[in-house]
Design a protein around this ligand. Structure first.
Ligand SMILES: [Zn+2]
Length: 113
């Protein structure tokens, strides 16, 4: 059984293979699985704790208590974070959390809603 990746454009899971291309039936995006193509380089595959691909604008929940560096604040497990923005780096999610303000999170500690 082969597991196909979600559509890099709309994150649909109903992608199918058409020869050497993958096709998304929901937004009609076509792309190649072979590495080194522009399509793949343009899409950083940042995944949440469950392996779901995250996109700018997604909402996530925090899956464990996270200490905020340099403070005594803790972002509690289950905290909802809306409208995330994916960035490069060790902490790959840029977001604003109610009561905390601008924050950077690691994708491995969140779960897509
Ligand atoms: Zn799509």
């Amino acid at each position: 059984m082969s597991i196909l990746p979600n559509c890099p454009k709309c994150n649909s899971e109903y992608t199918y293979e058409d020869g050497r291309l993958l096709v998304c039936p929901e937004c009609a995006h076509e792309w190649s699985l072979e590495s080194g193509t522009e399509d793949i380089e343009a899409n950083k595959n940042i995944k949440d704790a469950n392996g779901n691909v995250l996109n700018d604008g997604d909402s996530v929940t925090v899956i464990k208590d996270l200490k905020v560096k340099g403070t005594s604040l803790v972002i509690k497990m289950g905290t909802k974070v809306k409208n995330i923005r994916l960035i490069d780096g060790d902490h790959d999610i840029d977001c604003k959390i109610d009561g905390f303000g601008a924050m950077k999170l690691k994708s491995e500690f969140v779960k897509k809603i």
